[in-house]
Design a protein around this ligand. Sequence first.
Ligand code: ATP
Ligand code: MG
Length: 569
Amino acid sequence: MSTETETTKNDFIRTRVAEELASGKHEYLVTRFPPEPNGYLHIGHAKSICLNFGLAEENPGARCHLRFDDTNPTAEDVEYVDSIKEDVRWLGFDWGEHLYYASDYYERLYQFAIELIEKGSAYVCDLNATEMREYRGTLTSPGKNSPHRDRSVEENLDLFARMRAGEFPEGARTLRAKIDMASPTIVLRDPVLYRIQNAHHHRTGDAWCIYPMYDFAHPLSDALENITHSLCTLEFADNRKFYDWVLEQVDAPSTPRQIEFARLNLTYTVMSKRILRRLVEDGHVGGWDDPRMPTIAGMRRRGYTPAAIRSFCRDIGVARSDNLVALAQLEASLRADLNKHSVRVMAVMRPLKLVIENFPDGESDELDAVNNPEDESAGTRKVPFSKVLYIERDDFMEDPPRKFFRLAPGREVRLRYAYYVTCNEVIKDDAGEIIELRCTYDPATRGGDSPDGRKVKATLHWVSAEHAVDAEVRLYDTLFTKEDPNDTAEGEDYTANLNPASLEVVGDCKVEPGLADVAPGHRYQFERLGYFCVDPDTSSGRPVFNRTVTLKDAWARAQKNQAQARKEA
Ligand code: ATP
Ligand code: MG
């Protein structure tokens, strides 16, 4: 497992950047992370953030810009701008002075469009969307020239100015690049550069009624910021031809290079913002920050740490071919980090009363518990012990099968940090439900060790009933049941593979008294139950915990089995 200090392995992008810096092609490196503020960031974005900001950290004199690609006013909102900034910072990255918005360049982009028109490389087209689609052709057949393709420069300049002035209704006209309607690359078949949209923009208000297309704004924004390497995901490989075309046509201040890398796909996870928005809007989750969401906000609320996400991104590396990464690998990175830093506490999720008959009434004992065996500096704390305790219902069986080593009638087990106890009697209610265990304890085993070397096969967690705090615990499973939920069958929509059991609320938990007034965001390991994080729904005296991840490491086990199988093969 990697640690925070481990250095990033070289990948094809880092190798190329190093070569270009060494050869003097660039004096220093400038990258950017260019989100569209139309949703919250997700774990896939984290990969891109770690790559772009990571490169800037690794190379002396380099920097990474945060640029909002806000060219689509109807989908965008300041809520998203704010959340994106918060999430990038939370991940541990800093854009310094270099915060930009494509909308800041609207006037300059407009001037670039005029430059294209003047060169005869762009024209105003009156085809509507349906006609444009018909004219575009297909992968196997060439497109047809628009009837407006040969308008004079003067006419184009005049019409484009009038588009900007708001003289035409939405959709009536577009500005298009004049490239090649027969190009095998569909992106080059006279792509639209500007469309008319009578929409209010979250930053420019009503100043504009024409908006540049992403494919046009993007290379020029990069060039205006002197970006050296414009890193994007593989689906933009074709767009690179248009990216380069734009930069060749105009007198751009610099010539950034686009390099594509594989996007992150995770098992049981959907990352399309469109679908994430549907999940929120259709009420399948509580919001963008629902702890089941693969959003940074959701993961933060669930208890993920920035270090775990960064170490995961480092481990998966950057490659050129798409693949599907196991969610278990992300969880393994998370566990590795939480294991180092989490304070251990005791909490009982499904309480069963255990009464110690030979413990004096009304008294209590204070026992020493270790806060974090992985970190001595975390120290110890006192945990109260008394006559009536709670243990986990699952830790007792009246009629245990052979491999069940926990508590059973007549059996002795250790209570963590406390004493050995033996179960003498099982009390049931009228319905036959077990409501209480009557036990005795051995005072000589205080601290959890037997002076006569007597062995027990199980150590159980517990809390003192009188001292315990009531808590709510929320347990999570994946939002989707299918390993690759993006691979939907015909006619299925995104809800087809939703997991109906992705959230389980356990209302009557009992936790150590030290957890009465915990602050949202605090993380703990509940011994034997998993890692938990205090939810913002917490109120004083009634904490709410999200289970971040269980303790069981399926990923490490699978890796070990695989290694074993390889050895045997
Ligand atoms: P959508 O999901 O709506 O297609 P998007 O995820 O591409 O949108 P952007 O805001 O445009 O959203 O993304 C910002 C940057 O993050 C882009 O450079 C994009 O390539 C990168 N990115 C997005 N998803 C992933 C992913 N799964 N893996 C790696 N990088 C990603
Ligand atoms: Mg995008």
